[in-house]
Structure formats: C-alpha cells, structure tokens
Write a protein that binds this ligand. Structure first.
Ligand code: X3X
Length: 330
C-alpha cells in the first residue's frame, strides 16, 4: 500500500516537469487564411497577432498568414477547419451559419447602431451559447469581433430607396445572408469572391458592390466608376477567427491561453483603431471624388423586416432574444 502511495506521489510531483518538457519541445505550424488585402487593417492585425503569439510561445506556435484568398477562404476556409486541418479561417459569422444557423441571426442586417453594441452582444450568454454549439460542430471560435466597418452600397448611380436598386446587379460575398439581404433591399444580388469583384465592376458585369469605407479605401474601389456611397449601413462587417476543436484541444493549455489572449487583444485593438480612423477615411475617400448620400432608412428597414424570421435550424425566438439584448444596452 505504502509503495503505491509513494509511486503516486512521485508521479504527481513529476507531472508538471513532463508537461513543461512536453510543451518545451512542442511545435505547431498553423496556416491562417482570409480574403483581405495587405493594405487593410484586418491583414495587419492578423500579422501582428501571429507575430505576438510566436514571440510569447518562444516559436512553439507559428501562425503563417495568407491574405487575399491565397488559401481556401469563405465557405471553403471554414470547411478546412471542420475537417480538422491545421488551419485558421478568418471569415464573417454568416459562414458559420452553415453549421450553427443562429450565427445568421447574429449577422442579420440593420441590427447594430455601433461597433460597441455588437462587441457587447458577443460577450452575452446568447452568443456564448452559440459558440458552444459551434464547438459541438468542431469549430472553436477564438474571436467574433474583428470589425471592418458598416457595409454600405457602393454604386455608380445614386441610391436612396429600395426602388432605386431595381434591376441593379450588386456584388456580394457568397453567403446566403448577403444574398438574402441585398435581394430584400431590392437589388439583384450577384455573389462573387472579392478577387473578381473590381474587374466585374470595371467590365460592367455588376453595377456595384457593397462594403465598408475601410474596404473602399483599402482595396481602391474608389478608383473605379462606383463613386457613390449610399449609407445604408445594412450589415456590420466583422470577422471571426475559427480553428478546429480537434487541433485546439491538442495544444498545451499554456499555449492555448496565449493564443486566445492575443486574438482577443487583437480584436480590441482593431475596433479602437477603426473607430478612431473612420472620420479620416471618409474625408480621404471624398478627396478622391467619392460622394456619400443619406438613404430612406425606414424604407430599407421595412424591406428587410421579413428577414427577421427564424430560418430552419435557428433557435426559436433567437431574433427577439437579440433585439432584447440590444434594447437592454440602449
Ligand atoms: O468573410 C469575410 C468578409 O465578410 C468578406 O467580405 P468581402 O468578400 O466583401 O471582402 C471584404 C474586403 O474588405 C476584402 O478585401
């Protein structure tokens, strides 16, 4: 009996040393994929977070970043995560909606009046419950608030009401959330990867697109013929950071803490930066000839109202629960 206790005690004392040795010799290379261009803040933020994680783990965790859809992106990027690849997908939450439909409600149009409202909502139980559902689907969500700005209509023609969009082909990302939103707003939603978007505008394949001022400036949309921005603020453009639970759970805990802390810090820093920069970005776009115009907000909100109806797989009452949380903040 005594021998057994002695052995157990020795093992308990030796465990931390084994764990430290294991994490000391541990090395993991992850590939991080997104669609943003080098000049956009999201790209800079991802690079900064990856560098900080590498330094703080003494090189044990190496995150190689791949912008502009050099690797699988959008739906295909999330599929890599679900398949258990050593891969981090950075996409908006609508692409998680294919696995946990409630994320389509979180990314529904015209919900948020500010970046802060959305950030606060992501801390509430309704969203932590959504994240738990995502983990059951094999997706660990490290962040949801890499916000890149409210998406507005960017067209050659001045748009003020849904009627003005009739017959206009407007490029959107490929998720159903965008297609449904732009269709409800009155446009002919035309899904294209970002990489094909500017040439499609130039060649008249589409009549316009929608995106934030940070996208407009960062990808030089303003250089084209779409010089009119209708301030619909129809979707709050934000990206989440997703990794396979299978990969995540095998990373030593001390490194998981560093990874999580750095992605959280990176999102907080990016939100603060873009809030401070937005006014200057608008002025810079105006200096390039971009014209901003107000829209009939009520008309667009009325057009979008049918979208706040639970879709198959959504939690019953999820929209009302989101409305209630937002009302509690206002
Ligand atoms: O999934 C991430 C974003 O929602 C993608 O939005 P998209 O395809 O309009 O790209 C935004 C640009 O800023 C990329 O440079």
């Amino acid at each position: 009996m005594k021998k057994g206790l002695l052995l157990a005690l020795c093992l308990m004392l030796a465990l931390p040393t084994f764990a430290a040795a294991k994490s000391k010799n541990y090395k993991l290379v992850l590939k991080l994929s997104h669609v943003f261009s080098p000049a956009e803040q999201l790209t800079k933020s991802m690079d900064a977070v990856a560098e900080s994680i590498y330094e703080k783990t003494n090189g044990a965790i190496e995150i190689q970043t791949f912008p502009q859809a050099q690797l699988p992106a959008y739906k295909e990027g999330v599929e890599q995560v679900v398949r258990g690849a050593r891969f981090i997908s950075v996409e908006d939450p609508s692409f998680i909606g294919d696995y946990v439909p409630d994320f389509k409600a979180l990314y529904a149009p015209m919900l948020y009046k500010s970046f802060d409202e959305y950030v606060a909502l992501t801390q509430r139980k309704i969203v932590t419950d959504m994240k738990a559902k995502a983990e059951k689907q094999g997706i660990k969500i490290l962040a949801l608030d890499y916000i890149y700005g409210f998406r507005n209509l960017i067209t050659s023609k001045v748009i003020k009401t849904p009627a003005d969009l009739k017959g206009m082909k407007v490029r959107t990302p490929g998720s159903k959330s965008y297609i449904d939103t732009l269709s409800a707003m009155g446009a002919t939603a035309t899904p294209l990867p970002w990489g094909e978007t500017l040439s499609a505008v130039q060649q008249g394949v589409v009549d316009g697109l929608e995106g934030s001022e940070f996208t407009n400036l960062g990808t030089k949309v303003y250089e084209g013929r779409t010089k009119n921005v209708a301030t619909t603020r129809h979707i709050l453009g934000t990206c989440g950071v997703y990794i396979s639970t299978k990969v995540w759970n095998k990373i030593p805990e001390n490194y998981r803490t560093i990874i999580q802390d750095e992605f959280t810090k990176g999102a907080n820093d990016m939100v603060s930066l873009l809030k401070a920069q937005h006014g200057g970005v608008v002025k810079e776009l105006e200096s390039y000839g971009v014209k901003f115009n107000e829209v009939d907000g009520m008309a667009f909100r009325k057009a979008l109202a049918p979208l706040y109806k639970e879709q198959p797989g959504m939690t019953e009452g999820v929209f009302q629960a989101i409305f209630d949380e937002l009302d509690s903040m206002r």
